[in-house]
Design a protein around this ligand. Sequence first.
Ligand code: ZN
Ligand code: ZN
Length: 397
Amino acid sequence: MPDMEYLKRATEINPEVIANRRYLHQHPELAFDLDNTVRFVKEKLTEMGYAPADCGDHGVVALAGGRKPGKCILIRADMDALPMKEESGLEFSSLTDSAAHTCGHDTHTAMLLGAAKLLKEMEDEIPGTVKLMFQPAEEMGTGAENMLKAGVLENPHVDASFGIHIFAAVPAGVLVYANGPMLSSCDVFEITVKGKGGHGSMPNDTVDPIMVGAHILTALESINSREIAPDSFGVLTVGCFQSGSKFNIIPDTAFMTGTIRTFDSEVREFMKKRLTELAEGTARAYRAEATVSFPTQICAVITDKDVARIVGESVAAAVGAPRVIGNFKPIAGSEDFGYITSEVPSTFFGLGGCPTDYPAYPQHSPNIRFNEDAFPVGVAAYVSGAIGWLQSQAKEA
Ligand SMILES: [Zn+2]
Ligand SMILES: [Zn+2]
C-alpha cells in the first residue's frame, strides 16, 4: 500500500472503529475480569479471518502476515477500564456506575481492531509477521507482565514492538514519541509501622506509630533533596497515610503507601533501597518496627533509538510529517508496556485525542472525552509503523 493510502483507508473504516469503540465504552470491564471484552475482540478478529489465541489471563494474540519471510513486530493495545463512575455526559456512556473507560483503553482496542482489518486486507504483502497484542490489567500494572510470562514474545519470536496511548490533553491526531526514556518507572511501596498501642494520656507506656510514621515521612523527603544528583530524575510521593481511630487511643500500627518514579534503573534501585533503609532504621530508632514491600513494580517505557526512528519515519510518511513529533520530553506517568520495552527494542506513541468542542480533561477524570476524529491516525500509525519496520528489516537482510 502506498504511504498515504493507510490514512485514507483508515478514514474509510472509521465508522466501524467508532462503533466498536462505543460498544466497548458502554461495556467497560476491569483488570483481568474481561470476559465480555475478550469475547468481543475475538469475535471481531474471527469475523476478519484471524485465528485469535488466548495468552495469559484474559490476553489475546492474533497474527497477520507470515506468508512472506521476514521478522516479527508486535503492536499492542490495552483493554481494561477504571473502577469509577463516568460523568462525561456522552450518549454512549458506561452502562455501569462501577467502571468507566476514562483512560481511553476502549479507543486503543478499537484502533487495533481497525489495524487488524487493514492488515488482513494486505496480508499477502506483509514482509514478515505482525503480532497483535490485546492486553488486560494495564491499570493494575500487571497485565503486560502476565502476557510476557505466558510467552507473548515467542511463537513467533518478536523482534520489535510498539504501543499507542491516547491523551485528551494533546491536539487530536498529533503523534508524539521519544528517543530513549518516554514514561517513568512506577514502584508502589507500602510501609507498615508496628508500634504498641495504649491510652492517649500515657504515651510512655506505648510506642506511638503515628509519631514514628511522621518521622519516616520526613526522612523520605531527604532522598530527593539530599541523595539524588540534581540532574537525575526521581519522584517519591506518599499518597496515603492512615492510622488511628479516636482522640484518646494510641494505635498499634500506621500504614503508608505511595510511588517512586524514575527513568533510570540505577536511580530506581537506589531510591527503593534508601526508602527501605530509612523506614526500617527510623522505626528502629524510635523502638518501633517497619516493614516495607513493593507490591507493584512497573518498568520505565524506554524507546530503542533505531526502532523509534524507523517506525517514526514510516508513520510520518503515512499520516503526514507535521503531525508527528519525535523529540517528546519524557513524562512521569507510567505504562506497563515498559515490561515489553525492557525485553524487546521498542517505541511508543502518544496520540492526541483532544475534543474540539469540549474541555480537555486529564486522563482518569470522570468527565474525560476523546476525539474520535483521531482514530484514523492511530489506525494508520499501527499499520504503517509495523509495515515500515518490517520493510526496513527485509532491505537489510
Ligand atoms: Zn490510565
Ligand atoms: Zn492508560
